[in-house]
Design a protein around this ligand. Sequence first.
Ligand code: HEM
Length: 445
Amino acid sequence: MTAPRPRGAEGRGTLLRLMRGFRSDLLGALPERLYHAWMAEFRSPLIHSFFCNDPALLRIILQDRPADFPKSNRMREGLAPLLGNGVFISNGEDWARQRRIIDPAFEGGRVRESFAAILQAARAASDRLPAGRVDIEPHAAHAAADVIFRSLFSMPVEQGIAAQVFDAFRRHQEAQPLVNLAALLPLPRWMPRPHSRRTRATAGHIRGLIAEMVAERQRELDAGTAPDDLATKIMTTPDPQTGQRFTAPEMVDQVAVLFLAGHETSASVLAWALWLLAEHPEWQDRVAAEASLLSDDFASVSRLKATRAVFREALRLYPAVAMFAREAVTPQIFRDRAVPRGAQLVVSPWHLHRHQRLWDRPDEFDPARWDTPEGKTSARQAYLPFSAGPRACPGASLAMVEGVVMLAAITGAHRLRTTERRPEPVARLTIRAHDGIWLDLAPRS
Ligand code: HEM
């Protein structure tokens, strides 16, 4: 059975359709040909953008010459009030310095140190789920926010300031979309702009709360009572080149980034993965059977092989970050076409992962494809859920462990069934469903 996606717009007059179609959603408004083209150009007097689906081009942009293709400034617009100059939106030496301080907290086997936090959050998430019909999206958001607060600040999301941040964050998102994907395409200016006064106010409120958490952690560090979690690691790591640590305002930027980048994404994939399991009972049974192998021992995660394959396949079909963009700082020739300076280069995991020339049965959910050597080979070049190169997601290992543990904990305790409401994917900050992801849950005896 195929995993739902909107049919793309077809034929001539695509730009016009794109502009009209955006009223519903970008995924359905973009042309169908993006599922088989290697590159596609969109142009208006205001913007020139290129969708890049050719793995060789993506390699150049993300891995071989990343300095020539910095992060697009157009994506900053909606995010800057909340993220300041955090690592998700900074560029150049500023960005490199931030990564030098943040990366050690995530490197190598350090995800092992966040495992207890992840497991507690997963068990709590499973216990919170009621029986009967539920929209799983808000539950997934709660669960993913819990993972982030427990791993960053050793506190559950329901506790104290964490609860206030989570709540303020939801209101912030309701105020305006954070990422304006329309900024990457020649779309009309009447699109909602993500910069209203209310957005600034809600972002300011969240940053104030995060500043309190950072100040409290600093007091604990000074008193020698700070827990050994991600916040402590990041706040005590000096830049190996300058010896400088993050200042308090810089740390607020980074916590805002880690909270946003680390919970919205995981929540999106988790919700879709649970729906895919409901749609595929044979895989659900395998995941449920593996759940009994999960224990307090970190090594147990590596035994959940089918669960991992399911999560990888969910990341292929619903890659959370549907699209992201880079900007060409100098003119280029890509696939014999002139790419001018300032052009937007759109990387679309959404299209790449369902590309008809790169994947066998691209719209089909088949976790077994990850077992075959061919599956893995084709995947390496056409699978970018966490991006690639120096700007790739630093939280990828944590997110993989989180995804597997969440799926095992929830599926081990609940039987999942689809309802007559088929979810319709839409591209927001992450891939969400237009009207929720509804499941029928029953406890497993
Ligand atoms: C399934 C979950 C996740 C997915 C699919 C995901 C995906 C991505 C992608 C595609 C990017 C690159 C975006 C771009 O270049 O515009 C990114 C960047 C980033 N992610 Fe993740 N992510 C996930 C979870 C996490 C977690 C758990 C954390 C941290 C705890 C995290 C922290 C970050 C940060 C800090 C960046 C910015 C890196 C930079 O620009 O140098 N992510 N993520």
